[in-house]
Design a protein around this ligand. Structure first.
Ligand SMILES: Nc1ncnc2c1ncn2[C@@H]1O[C@H](COP(=O)(O)OP(=O)(O)OP(=O)(O)O)[C@@H](O)[C@H]1O
Length: 291
């Protein structure tokens, strides 16, 4: 197991520091007739007007959030729908700017989300290679780990699907392949968004085991999930966000107890796990590869 503490001082090594973080989305075109050239010109001429007056709405998704994550920790991010979990994760990954405050990271954070799509028109096999290269693996490393990645994903359990284009995969299969590619590498900071809720139970078990392995190798794992059991099985610490604010930060059992009281039962009972749909992902859902 790699070091999780400073050899000299014996102190825990921080990997992510969020210091008073605010994240604000700006949504254009929320006023009527805002798309025309005249409207654009008017906006330029009326610069003094507020963003709301010019048809730009602000969504304050994360409010004054601070925490320190350490090596070897697996941290669950929980909260009801729209509480800011995915937004915070994207900001830690460096994909969203912060409005106020700072996020410091040690090493390269990698975001693995169910929305991160690979190239639909390419085969699973090509996507494994491209995904590996995008994460900074060499061609040699990818070749060495190729079989493991495919086995882990379970894509070929029902036939030779890995040589078919990804558009022929169900959303669950595609999500499993994405997770398998990202999990092939040891990450300094791995950010997982709902990936465990996507696969079937046996895939979830494999994913949980892999997350535990990544922790042992001294990385830090963040897991966003509505599945309290996955959080309980995988994480030792939980951050609870509500309306963008950090409501609680502590040991998994303590935080989940309060959260379950707040939601009136298990979150899983409130929001069922999405079932893998037997169709390919929609056109245009192409966003960056897991890096
Ligand atoms: N691209 C965007 N543009 C504008 N507002 C956004 C955007 N993405 C998210 N939001 C808003 O930011 C807030 C937080 O959303 P976020 O997706 O981070 O929540 P979440 O806790 O991950 O939700 P869920 O559990 O439903 O996935 C919500 O009010 C949402 O409407």
């Amino acid at each position: 197991m790699a070091d999780t503490t400073d050899k000299r001082t014996g102190e825990k090594l921080p990997t992510v520091i969020a210091d008073g973080v605010d994240i604000v989305y700006r949504v254009n075109g929320t006023g009527g007739g805002r798309g025309s050239a005249t409207a654009a010109l008017n906006r330029i001429l009326r610069r003094k007007h507020t963003e709301t007056a010019s048809g730009v709405r602000r969504v304050h998704a994360v409010r004054n959030v601070s925490f320190v994550a350490y090596r070897g920790e697996a941290i669950g991010l929980i909260g009801t729908n729209g509480s800011g979990k995915s937004t915070l994760l994207k900001a830690v990954a460096g994909l969203l700017p912060v409005e106020n405050g700072r996020i410091y990271t040690d090493g390269q954070p990698s975001l693995l989300g169910v929305n991160a799509a690979l190239m639909r028109d390419l085969t699973g096999e090509r996507n494994v290679h491209l995904g590996g290269l995008a994460m900074g693996m060499s061609r040699e490393e990818i070749r060495e780990r190729y079989e493991d990645i495919v086995d882990f994903s379970g894509i070929n359990e029902k036939g030779d699907f890995i040589t078919l284009p990804m558009r022929t995969y169900s959303s669950g299969m595609a999500a499993r392949l994405r997770f398998s590619i990202a999990a092939a590498k040891d990450h300094d900071v791995l950010l997982v968004d709902e990936a465990l809720a996507t696969g079937d139970r046996s895939f979830q078990k494999r994913s949980e085991a892999r997350i535990r392995e990544l922790r042992k190798r001294a990385g830090t794992v963040f897991l966003v999930s509505h599945n309290n059991k996955s959080i309980r099985d995988t994480c030792d610490r939980v951050l609870w966000l509500e309306r963008g604010e950090l409501r609680m930060d502590g040991p998994t059992d303590e935080v989940l107890k309060e959260y379950e009281a707040f939601t009136g039962g298990t979150e899983k009972a409130r929001k069922p796990e999405p079932k893998p749909k037997p169709r390919a992902e929609p056109e245009g859902a192409r966003v960056p590869l897991p890096s």
